[in-house]
Design a binder for this molecule. Sequence first.
Ligand SMILES: Cc1cc2nc3c(=O)[nH]c(=O)nc-3n(C[C@H](O)[C@H](O)[C@H](O)COP(=O)(O)OP(=O)(O)OC[C@H]3O[C@@H](n4cnc5c(N)ncnc54)[C@H](O)[C@@H]3O)c2cc1C
Length: 330
Amino acid sequence: MYDLIIIGGGPTGINCAIEASKCGLNYLVLEKGVLVNSLYNFPINMTFFSTAGKLEIADIPFIAHGDKPTRREALEYYRRLCEAFKLKINTYETVLSMTATDEGFYEIKTTKDTYLTHSVVAATGFYDTPRELNVPGEELPKVKHFYDDAHPYVGKKVLVIGAANSACDVALETYYKGADVTMAIRKDVIYSRVKYWIRPNIENRIKEGSIKAFFNTHVKSIHQDKVVLETSEGLLTIENDFVLAMTGYKPDYPLLKSLQLPFSQDEKQIPLHDTETLETPLPNVYIAGVLAAGLLTSKLFIENTRHHGTVIAENVKNKIAKTKTEYALS
Ligand SMILES: Cc1cc2nc3c(=O)[nH]c(=O)nc-3n(C[C@H](O)[C@H](O)[C@H](O)COP(=O)(O)OP(=O)(O)OC[C@H]3O[C@@H](n4cnc5c(N)ncnc54)[C@H](O)[C@@H]3O)c2cc1C
């Protein structure tokens, strides 16, 4: 029997675990992949846009060699946090479902076990589920929704889909390593919130023709050695070796359903929760981290969700103390 089960061992799950341990709660983190699985799957040479200080938690300094930390430095930071606080994390254990018991607790089923707990935090992020293109040929192995390294694309004809930060980063990195890069962009401009140090670079590469870009363009179909684009001037077929679909990600809604967690039925699909306490309509079940933004995935990130752990751990501690007092008095 646990006080708190934390689903997801990302930056938020780790933050919740540290705060739970400080509050003396009997907690456990269940993580389906490796520690900070999403960060582990980020591009190998990725650099955060936040400075290290803005990502720090629990007053533990985040050591980075430049002004902004790299993926590798972040992996080391979170690993050291887990070591320093001796966090209880089961990796490679996927949560499958959650049911409320008659006694008011929750039963969590995983790929390995079943747990009983007073409270639950869902901190499952969104980086596992790509926003799909839903076009013929998307299932071909040459279509990637996750980008890791430029090396496989050296000398190849690459189509990058999208015009937000990741798409621009990927287009530039593969271009600089010798790929022949084309971009397919839905709107008529590069996304306005692309970071200020990336935007002029991509715009200038497009202007000079080093990277080709088709604006107001959708991908119609993908084939072994070509891609058909629907441009404002009609259909266009281009030669192609790889498609890097940097079209964003979304929360795992089937998982939220298995956890019985409701979400708004509008275009934002935000998991329902009290914005002060982060508690969902299910008593003692909380939402934390980027998951709380639903489909508005750029609204919340590590930097502006670092208070979630404290809010939830304090809330759970107070509720458990109140229940114990009421029980003692009855
Ligand atoms: C390229 C890139 C750059 C970024 N740069 C920054 C930055 O500079 N600053 C910043 O603040 N943010 C940045 N972000 C955003 C930041 O990475 C995310 O906000 C952060 O990962 C969110 O943390 P989280 O713990 O809420 O979710 P995640 O990190 O996604 O963690 C969720 C965890 O839950 C696990 N999980 C999912 N389903 C299950 C299940 N069924 N059972 C068990 N475990 C499960 C996943 O494996 C994962 O480890 C960036 C994101 C990207 C993609």
